[in-house]
Design a protein around this ligand. Structure first.
Ligand code: SAM
Length: 386
């Protein structure tokens, strides 16, 4: 069957790679989506294993419509019994880009009405709409006069992993964090550090990857569990065969640190629900006092962007970040995510890569700084400068 995984801008290729690993076929990355094909088993495994997806959709009905009346008529032809029974709660979400509908929520209301009318006409009973936590979630996608109704198999977005109990003011989305780690090409064999870790999203996602544990290990519910064709045995088999224990020992360190003691408590609290054992640790310290573990590694951090800080303070902070990289992290690949382009300049190192990423609605750059041991000449030619 045809399946569609949704993701964030800039992570389409990363998600396509994840799908390839899972054995998906006919993988086609698009704009914030990746289309692929697979069976029910792949659908369940995608929900459990995809680290950079927001949701996995199953398109169930596509049609072309002429106008609003035609749209309503075509919705009324859908047999909603195939997707839910009247006792299930449901909701409709989606995206509408069409001159036919100036109010984009309107066609979603029409689909909702169509579902209610279908059950009312057939059974004299109406299913309840639950916007917050519906059992069955429909996705409506309209591009001009083309409409696709899909079932959202995930329900709540997949970045709601079930482990994060509390956060700071500006937590990174879990799926974006996982995407950044993939984009950094961290080898999962050397140290991983984040010296502005906040509630710990980046180190936690890194530790899940390094231990080969599915990102959704702590999550209990998906929308597909409420579908009439839910195969509980198949799901249990998939879930139980996923690793749920940390590897006994990692011969490198995964460390998050932050200067705020309250946020470090939150980060420590967040890993309680996860089987990560001693493979991750959190330290409370200013980044300038961070003592890197022995060996090479990757640093990924999203320092404050400046929303809550004075302009000059933020520029000084990024200058200190550049100095910290140069003086303390030889042998590291240091990656910084920020939307503050003036502050980036104060790092005073030449980035070897720049990738555009959205963190929520903020357009950010994800920049890589290679910190060589010794001079660049020594690194390039293996000789010492005389
Ligand atoms: C944008 S938040 C990071 C959010 C984090 N990635 C998460 O997912 O929760 C920036 C963090 O930098 C921390 N911070 C600010 N100044 C710092 C400093 N000088 N040293 C270490 N951490 C600092 C703040 O306490 C805050 O938690």
């Amino acid at each position: 069957m045809k399946l569609v995984a949704k993701t964030f801008y800039g992570l389409e290729q990363v998600l396509a790679n994840e799908l390839k690993e899972l054995g998906a076929k006919s993988i086609e990355p698009g704009n914030r989506v990746v289309e692929f094909s697979g069976d029910k088993e792949l659908l369940y495994r995608s929900n459990l294993w995809l680290r950079t997806a927001i949701s996995v959709l199953v398109p169930v009905h596509s049609f072309h419509f002429k106008d609003e009346d035609d749209f309503k008529r075509k919705l009324s032809e859908i047999n909603f019994n195939k997707f839910m029974n009247v006792k299930r709660t449901f909701a409709v979400k989606g995206a509408v880009h069409s001159k036919q509908f100036s109010y984009t929520k309107y066609p979603m209301l029409l689909l909702k009405d169509s579902i209610v009318d279908f059950f009312n006409d057939k059974y004299g009973d109406r299913p309840t709409v639950d916007q917050k936590a519906p059992n069955v979630l429909f996705d409506l996608h309209i591009s001009e006069n083309n409409c696709t109704v899909s079932l959202n198999s995930s329900g709540a977005p997949l970045f709601q992993r079930g482990y994060r109990k509390s956060t700071g003011d500006a937590p990174l989305n879990e799926a974006v964090a996982a995407g950044l780690i993939y984009l950094s090409e961290w080898d999962k064999k050397s140290n991983f550090i984040d010296v502005f870790c906040g509630s710990g999203t980046l180190p936690i996602e890194a530790a899940l990857m390094a231990n080969g544990i599915p990102p959704q290990i702590a999550r209990k519910y998906y929308s597909f569990m409420y579908w009439p064709d839910f195969d509980q045995m198949l799901w249990e088999q998939i879930y139980k065969s996923a690793p749920a224990m940390p590897k006994r020992e990692l011969n490198f360190k995964i460390i998050g640190s932050d200067s705020d003691p309250d946020i470090i408590l939150k980060a420590r609290n967040n890993i309680k629900a996860l089987p990560l054992g001693k493979t991750i640790s959190f330290e409370c310290r200013d980044f300038k006092d961070f003592n890197p573990p022995e060996g090479d590694g990757t640093l990924i951090s999203n320092p404050p962007y400046g929303e809550r800080m004075d302009d000059q303070d933020i520029l000084d902070l990024y200058k200190e970040i550049g100095d910290f990289f140069k003086n303390n992290l030889p042998g590291y690949a240091c990656w910084v995510l920020s939307s503050n382009f003036d502050a980036f300049k104060r790092i005073e190192l030449k980035p070897s890569k720049k990738i555009q990423i959205y963190n929520g609605s903020l357009s950010c750059d994800f920049r890589k700084y290679d910190i060589f041991r010794g001079s660049l000449v020594e690194h390039k030619y293996g000789v010492k400068k005389s």
